[in-house]
Design a protein around this ligand. Structure first.
Ligand code: ADP
Length: 328
């Protein structure tokens, strides 16, 4: 077991609201436990460049409410090579870092797994991505905030949809996961929700929309399309609907990167704080290559390999049914 004196913390992959709150929790828990902390800028790129900073309690003042990540993030191809990781290790060793906390997604977890196995350096990973598509936690950092951002956008678009009697197709993030689409769609009162996990036939969607119209619903029709929907995103869905059903005045709105930003919700701040705290505690217990997450309301650990190699289906059937029932 490594006698840990200094922890390195970094964020990597796509940024997500709550990452700063998590960095704060890692730094302050470690300092409380009399450990030193090095902040690694730009994820694995920073390890390769030796782009490090000493973290004090004051370095994380006033960041709990900030979106993005003060440690920056980057995609680093060189870290995928053995030579790249060797260079990273030289810098990590020279800085006296003897354990790591990595905050990021699937790719970040994979990199951490390789690095920890090759150099016997303990690592704990924290799931940070708005997509909520990681195994080992009911929720990932940033997902709740992103969903709330989408709801705000839906509410605003609904004003114009209702005023002009337009049909809006709103595309939200989620290449493999329909979590944002399903939850924001239900919370935003969408007419229909198209998800990567479930094929929706355009004819069925048209039948659904025209039946809704028969019930006098034309004035407020919102269809949520996850970017990974099997029809190819909101533009394609709108085009296919228009080709067969030229009744509506259709518009498309792609929400894009605005979903990644913003001040984290209370849920994400608390989750980030709990997981940052837990990650340091796990390292101190002598644990290695684990992720920390929440199940129910409990903090849990999952072996990193298990988290990387498994997909978790997070859509519940009652919610899929809800969409149909509440749209009548
Ligand atoms: P995310 O962590 O959000 O899934 P990426 O997939 O971009 O984002 O991964 C973040 C970084 O993790 C990559 O830029 C790369 O440096 C590292 N990484 C990803 N996959 C691997 C891999 N197979 N081996 C080593 N490092 C990897």
């Amino acid at each position: 077991m490594v006698n840990i004196k200094r922890i390195g913390v970094f964020t990597s992959g796509g940024d997500a609201p709550g990452m700063n709150a998590c960095i704060r929790a890692v730094v302050r828990t470690a300092l409380y436990e009399k450990l030193s902390v090095t902040g690694i800028y730009q994820g694995y790129q920073g390890m390769l460049d030796g782009n490090f900073t000493e973290m004090t309690s004051r370095s994380v003042s006033n960041i709990i409410q900030l979106g993005g990540t003060i440690l920056k993030t980057a995609r680093c191809l060189e870290f995928k090579t053995k030579e790249g990781r060797a260079k990273a290790y030289e810098n990590v060793k020279a800085a006296g870092i003897d354990a790591l906390v990595a905050i990021g997604g699937d790719g970040t977890f994979t990199g951490a797994d390789f690095f920890s196995k090759e150099y016997d350096i303990p690592v704990i990973c924290i799931p940070g991505t708005i997509d909520n598509d990681l195994y080992g936690s009911d929720f990932t950092l940033g997902y709740d905030t992103a969903t709330n951002t989408v709801i705000e956008a839906i509410d605003k678009i609904r004003d114009t949809a209702a005023s002009h009697e337009r049909l809006f197709f709103i595309e939200v993030m989620g290449r493999d996961s329909g979590c944002i689409a399903l939850n924001a769609g239900i919370a935003g009162g969408a007419e229909a929700i198209l998800l990567p996990e479930k094929e929706t036939a355009i004819d069925e969607l048209i039948a659904h929309l025209s039946a809704a119209d028969g019930r006098g619903k034309k004035s407020s029709s919102i269809v949520i399309v996850a970017e990974g929907d099997q029809n190819g995103g909101a533009y394609n869905v709108a085009k296919k609907v228009k080709e067969k059903f030229d009744y509506y005045d259709t518009k498309v709105s792609i929400l894009g990167h605005l979903q990644r930003g913003g001040s984290p919700s209370s849920f994400d701040r608390v989750l980030a704080s709990r997981l940052g705290f837990a990650a340091v505690k796990e390292l101190l217990k002598g644990n290695n290559r684990m992720t920390v997450g929440v199940r129910g309301n409990e903090v849990v650990t999952t072996p990193l390999e298990e988290a990387i190699n498994n997909k978790e289906y997070k859509l519940s059937s009652d919610m899929l049914e809800l969409v149909q029932v509440l749209a009548i």
